[in-house]
Design a protein around this ligand. Structure first.
Ligand code: 16G
Length: 243
């Protein structure tokens, strides 16, 4: 980090140069995942830059998701998320998808109960105005890492007691003989809202994928309307196309 040899090399504001210097250190592995950065004061001393400049460079790295600040213990290089490939051709559940990879799933419950249906739930699930729905909203984790935020809404006769869902929704539906057999999915690119980003442990505004699944029972009835927000750095969706 000594200033001779790099400062002034690329031009531009000094905080940008320092940020680029640190980025190169992370990319090249000189600063490996989970290693700590020296304290701001020390970086300022070595680089002969002001603390304001150092702080600005670090803040940008935090925003980019390369560095995270852990309360009371400083700045660390983040572990890059290994990406997972998810096939788009099978109607599987999150629990099943993760089990196939040998990963265990956990849920952090954000909402689970019976609620007055919103307009979009009424439309999607074909309910009457004023009807109630079963709604489950949770942070889905696999291998101890947050992967997706998922809000599912189901007609009450399909899921009368949402509290019954402790791990897998599809398992409960299967037991009730109401497992969906077909689904439509819409995938859109989004930027995660501050609260969503916080729960998914990514920087505010980070890229995410929003997936809306409407699934159907064999009878043709809509069983589920679910919106999942996936971390953009975690998932690749793959589909096979045939002529
Ligand atoms: C998947 C589905 C979601 C379904 C959930 C059931 C996508 C995009 N969404 O996350 O619609 O409700 O699986 O999972 O794949 P569970 O049985 O593990 O609760």
């Amino acid at each position: 980090l000594r200033p001779e040899g790099w400062l002034g090399e690329t031009g531009g504001p000094r905080y940008v140069q320092l940020r680029q210097r640190l980025e190169r250190g992370i990319e090249s592995g000189i600063l490996p995942p989970n290693s700590s950065l020296p304290p701001e004061r020390e970086i300022a001393e070595i680089t002969e830059l002001s603390r304001v400049t150092v702080r600005k460079a670090i803040q940008e790295l935090v925003r980019e998701g390369l560095i995270e600040q852990r309360q009371g213990s400083g700045s660390f290089v983040r572990e890059p998320m290994s990406r997972m490939e998810q096939s788009l051709s099978h109607l599987t559940s999150f629990t099943e998808d993760m089990a196939q990879r040998g990963m265990e799933t956990t849920s952090r419950w954000l909402e689970r109960g019976v609620f007055l249906a919103t307009r979009s739930e009424i439309d999607a699930l074909g309910l009457d105005a004023g009807a109630e729905v079963a709604r489950i909203y949770r942070l889905r984790e696999a291998g101890g890492r947050p992967i997706a935020l998922e809000r599912a809404s189901l007609p009450l006769d399909i899921l009368p007691n949402p509290l019954e869902v402790t791990t897998s929704l599809y398992e409960v539906l299967e037991r009730r003989g109401q497992r969906p057999v077909r689904a439509l999915q819409k995938i859109s690119a989004i930027n995660l809202e501050p609260r969503e980003a916080d729960l998914l442990n990514v920087p505010e505004g980070a890229a995410g994928l929003s997936i809306e699944r409407t699934s159907y029972l064999a009878s043709g009835r809509v069983a589920e309307l679910t919106r999942s927000l996936y971390r953009g750095d975690a998932y690749d969706f793959v589909a096979e196309l045939r002529l």
